[in-house]
Design a protein. Sequence first.
Length: 391
Amino acid sequence: MLQGVNVALGVSGSIAAVKVVELAHELRRQGASVRAVMSPAATNIVHPWAVDFATDEPVVTEITGSVEHVELCGREGWADVLLLAPATANTAGKIAAAVDDTPVTTCATTALGADVPVVMAPAMHEPMYDHPGVLEALDRLEAWGVTFADPRIEEGKAKIAAEAEIVTEVARATTPQSLSGAHVVVTAGATKERIDPIRILTNRASGKTGRAVARALYVRGAKVTLVQDGSDAPYADVVAVETADEMMAACRRAAATADALVSAAAISDFTADAVDQKIRSGSPLSVDLRPTPKLIDSVREAYPDLPIVGFKAETSGDDDGMVAEAEGIRDRVDLAFVVANDASVMGDDETRVLLVGAEGTEPEEAAGSKDRVAGRIADRLAVVLGREADS
């Protein structure tokens, strides 16, 4: 997600600085190179040696005659983005007032003047976060183009955002916004069909691919509506559903303002008439199943011109068979393209898919982490929407 990105990591004196070692490791795991800048207060919380180890680069703890702030964050500087994590109330207020009396605030002043993207992950006690002056400072920084990985409000504290959320915001700040202004609906995960108040019919889909696609779309500037049976996602407006009927209804509503639909969920093919009382165990039981309507067919009927990306999972393990099935669904529903994959990857972090496009074109293979494959799907959708040349 951050392959080839240079991140200047500004660390200020919040207790959340203890998390900076793992944050630096995660940025590097995602492909970034990281160089850290620490305020004097931050060095009292986490030793620069630990940050040096995490980044594999010398840590800037003072500005010298080498003008480290310009070398890092100037117009011809090393950094593609300045990440302030954690950012204290003191640091935010100083940056908003153009006060640069620590290496971190000096780098921030330089970056803002040089149009280097700045991402901030605030961390402080909740009353400080609610202070009118702090809120005014954050509003001013946002007006200047600073983007935020918003804190989690827990236990009276505005705790630093999770590493995945920070990485996502850094990726959005450094990725061409090919889908800026586009609204994309994405489905993810499995649906559940009730049999009784306790039992359900479902499948093994984890939702990892669908959520990765939603995240990749957000990183490229899209507004994302994520329809899933799952928790909130900071990169999308989540519509929580459980059954196939609920997912279909939610998608039809959301698609009214959408520029595209990506149907990645493994939707139940069958449902049953649920009973109100628990079915007692210990005796033979038969359940009458009936087919569920096809979501993409329903959305296509309601929105004939909407670009739709379909997913087709097969168990054959045969590329020709997967392509043939994908071509069949593409032609039946007039899909922009189909993502064909082997069902054996359900729940895994790695995947391999074939992107099956228009008739007469060769399927494109995409493999690797689900984040990597999701990025390729998002880029392909940008081409479909006329936003960017394919690469």
